[in-house]
Design a binder for this molecule. Structure first.
Ligand code: NAD
Length: 487
């Protein structure tokens, strides 16, 4: 099973290699097999990518948004035509089951190209400001060269969610995928060229935490959009601040999901499972603190255990598989260490917590895990685990649960399950998060702004709001008479 690309980087419309860069392997998490061998970008590769972007951007920015949009829409079509091939690559890159990638990864990237391609012609207009004879107008102009840095959980989606608004607004992009999942973004770059994107506008370079700073600190870069952990976010935002670059930070979370006793129980359990086990729990917006009202706690837990134990774990390429491995051995070890902490600190292990017995020993698999009797102070309830580990907590009343839900430094997402409409709105109004759901969880369609508050970041991806983060306003005052100077 190989997924070797022609070279490590894609710059100025073609694959480029520089074997002086640190060699690294791409591993298929289900078997531990090496599926590609690559090299991290050297400083020369970084310069080459930024120079290509810098050269190509002005001409692209001068095209009409309609023409730019048409190219992105064509890229969306190609992605949909090749959905199976791209989904298989995403599964190899991440270990996520094909059952998921076929509906959630390239398709969500294609949605971004389609949405931003479609709105391009109307969404980049400026304003006319009448001033009583004189007037002013505003222009929405691109920033220039934008850098995208991706996490490993949704490599193709992240490459598109950053690329689509950046490109349609007239910018060029240099994208660095996570070193754990280097393959998908290269295909996106290839497809954009095939769709008609001029060379140099979407470049992909490989590397890790030592490569990222070369991009973030580069004086010709105008903006950095990071998807990653809070720790990395602080470093990247700090580095970007030293040269006052624009930044978008899509960071981690420890989001609350609140289930009131009048909720549709099966839906609430389904939402909690999707919000903890989808993508083997490697989703930033997961509702990992599940607050269940006391009087339905026992029913909730017994159905949750029953349904969780039926999850089909196995070969990610088998369409029946519902849960694949973790992305890497390091991530698996981290999750197991949190499970040990949960046990040691007194949480009740309701189900899971071990290695499934029907999978390759070389694969980085873990059972979907639920802890009950979790309290707010426990480590597993305070820190982002980023694996399939659900914490269930009890609560008595609305006021109490809102305070506890907000008692975290994170603020990415939150959810509430209840059949009381006014309560649902009252609660979401008070929850401190950027992305919230009522009676569902983790849906992120491209039409809706996505992003966090507090330490989960700032800026928004998707929707028209994302365009604001890839453009700036130019205000032009136009005088219609003579200048009357007092001297
Ligand atoms: P990470 O922070 O370790 O790495 C993210 C990216 O940043 C990688 O490409 C990495 O190479 C790069 N990087 C690391 N240090 C850097 C530095 N100093 N300068 C520049 N780049 C640097 O995150 P991860 O482990 O790849 O992904 C998991 C994290 O991402 C979780 O915290 C998760 O919640 C978060 N995440 C957030 C969102 C969101 O939209 N809010 C989405 C997905 C993942």
């Amino acid at each position: 099973m190989k997924a070797q690309p022609p070279a490590s980087h894609f710059i100025d419309g073609e694959y480029v290699e520089d074997i002086d860069g640190t060699a690294f392997a791409s591993i298929y998490p289900a078997t531990g097999e090496v599926i590609a061998r690559l090299h991290a970008a050297t400083p020369a590769i970084v310069e080459k990518a930024i120079a290509a972007a810098k050269r190509a951007q002005p001409e692209w920015a001068a095209m009409s948004p309609t023409v730019r949009g048409r190219i992105l829409k064509r890229a969306a079509e190609i992605m949909r035509e090749r959905n199976r091939e791209l989904s298989e690559l995403e599964t190899l890159d991440t270990g996520k089951p094909i059952q998921e990638t076929i509906v959630a990864d390239p398709t969500s990237g294609a949605d971004a190209f389609e949405f931003f391609g479609g709105v391009a012609a109307a969404a980049l207009n400026g304003d006319y400001i009448p001033l009583g004879g004189d007037f002013a107008f505003t222009k929405r102009v691109p920033l220039g060269v934008c850098v995208g840095i991706g996490a490993w959980n949704y490599p193709q989606q992240i490459a598109c969610w950053k690329g689509a608004p950046a490109l349609v607004a007239g910018n060029a992009m240099v994208f660095k995928p996570s070193e754990n999942t280097p393959l998908g973004a290269l295909k996106i770059a290839e497809i954009l060229i095939e769709a008609g994107l001029p060379k140099g506008l979407y470049n992909v370079i490989q590397g890790d935490r030592t490569t990222g700073p070369l991009l973030v600190n580069h004086r010709q870069v105008a903006k950095v959009s990071l998807t990653g952990s809070v720790e990395t976010g602080k470093k990247v935002a700090g580095a970007a601040a030293s040269s006052l670059k624009h930044v978008t930070m899509e960071l981690g979370g420890k989001s609350p999901l609140i289930v009131f006793d009048d909720a549709d129980l099966e839906s609430a359990i389904g939402g909690a499972m999707l919000g903890n086990f989808y993508s083997t729990g490697q989703v930033c917006s997961n509702g990992t603190r599940v607050f269940v009202q006391k009087d339905i706690r026992d029913r909730f837990l017994s159905r949750l255990k029953e349904r969780t134990e039926k999850i089909v774990i196995g070969d990610p390429m088998d369409e029946a598989t519902q849960l694949g491995p973790m992305v890497s051995r390091a991530q698996l070890d981290k999750v197991f260490s949190y499970i040990e902490k949960g046990k040691a600190e007194g949480a009740t292990l309701l189900t899971g917590g071990g290695i499934p017995n029907n999978v390759s020993a070389e694969g980085t698999y873990i059972q979907p895990t639920v802890f009950a009797d979790v309290t707010d102070e426990m480590t597993i309830c305070r820190e982002e685990i980023f694996g399939p580990v659900m914490c269930v907590l009890d609560f008595d009343n609305e006021e109490e649960v809102i305070a506890r839900a907000n008692g975290t430094e994170f603020g990415l997402s939150a959810g509430v399950f209840t059949s009381d409409l006014t309560r649902a709105h009252r609660v979401v109004d008070q929850l401190e998060a950027g992305t919230l759901w009522i009676n569902t969880y983790n849906l992120a369609p491209v039409e809706v702004p996505f992003g966090g508050s507090k330490q989960s970041g700032f800026g928004r991806e998707n929707s028209l709001a994302a365009l604001n983060h890839y453009t700036e306003l130019k205000s032009v005052y136009v005088a219609m008479g003579k200048v009357e100077a007092p001297y």
